[in-house]
Design a protein around this ligand. Structure first.
Ligand code: CP
Length: 308
């Protein structure tokens, strides 16, 4: 039995195999409509979500399975003080696979130690979000035709943005990668990402403050929201929230085939005028999120053989 808690739980080869399966599903979803028949997915969400929870549910329903779960800590026995360890032991009696989002970093890892079913980290605090990374990788690969030799700009809240941490960790395994880290000083990517992931691999990177200055060289621009819920005081959030706003005017500085990604939700960091630009890939990401989660459920449940 395997879990997906950290993006490195799958090797690069396994990740690429999963993306290839997701591509095949995208090309012919009907071929997979019975793949997880009689299987149940539990969604254990202790923190708000629209995309991750509902795309997991859509993925399982698309595969012919069923879903159960809760959408907030308040509507579960966590409100009475139940631990994630006890909760996953209980859920292991009800479901075949589970996805957990939790505000505490490391909570899904702790739960996995007690789980008798495959457990997927659907986002833990400001730490990791490995299934968003699979979604991002699928979108990059479909747009650019490859995952290597790319210059990737990550812009916004690189400190608290868990999708940024997971994406860097995963892409750092690809050849010829270059990162441009665009953030205010206070929202720099955590030092451990640089010292444990980027520098040991000799990956080229720059930390810069100007989005406009970085734009012309980027193959991918990964915009992020400033994560209000992780700030200790509102004053700091208000000061930093509009540090970067991507507009149609700024898009004129970018390569003609650059792709703009964003894990969403968007607040103010991408103007609505960018949505009609063919380089805007963030709603495509949402659709890919369903296919990649279908592929992940098939993989973790060992159902590849159930599909011709
Ligand atoms: N991208 C993402 O994790 O969105 P949700 O918070 O809506 O799940």
């Amino acid at each position: 039995m395997r879990h997906l808690i950290d993006p490195l739980d799958f090797t690069l080869e396994e990740t690429e195999r999963l993306l290839t399966l997701a591509d095949r599903i995208a090309d012919d979803p009907a071929a997979y409509q019975e793949a997880a028949r009689h299987k149940k997915l539990a969604t254990l969400f202790y923190e708000p979500s629209t995309r991750t929870r509902l795309s997991f549910e859509a993925a399982m329903l698309n595969l012919g399975g069923s879903v159960l779960g809760f959408a907030s800590a308040d509507s579960s026995s966590a409100a009475k003080g139940e631990s994630v360890a006890d909760t996953i032991r209980v859920i292991s009696c009800y479901a075949d696979i589970a996805a957990m989002r939790h505000p505490k970093e490391g909570a899904p890892l702790r739960a996995a130690r007690y789980s008798r079913i495959p457990l997927i980290n659907a986002g833990d605090g400001g730490h990791q979000h490995p299934t968003q990374t699979l979604t991002d990788l699928m979108t990059i690969r479909r747009r650019m035709g490859r995952l290597d030799g790319l210059t990737i700009g990550l812009c916004g809240d690189l400190k608290f943005g868990r999708t940024v941490h997971s994406l860097i960790m995963s892409l750092a395994r690809c050849e010829g990668m270059r990162f441009v880290l665009i953030s205010p000083e206070e929202l720099r990517v955590p030092d451990y990402i640089i010292t444990e992931t980027i520098e040991p691999r000799g990956i080229s990177y720059q930390e810069v403050r100007s989005l406009e200055g970085a734009m012309p060289e980027l193959d991918i621009l990964y915009m992020t929201r400033v994560q209000r819920e992780r700030f200790f005081n509102e004053e700091d959030y208000v000061r930093l929230k509009d540090s970067y706003i991507l507009t149609a005017e700024k898009m004129k500085l970018a390569k003609p085939d650059m792709a703009v990604l964003h894990p969403l939700p968007r607040v103010n960091e991408i103007a609505l005028s960018v949505d009609d630009d063919p380089r805007a890939a963030y709603f495509e990401q949402v659709q890919n999120g369903v296919y990649v989660r279908m592929a992940l459920i098939i993989t973790l449940l060992g159902l590849e053989g159930a599909v011709c």
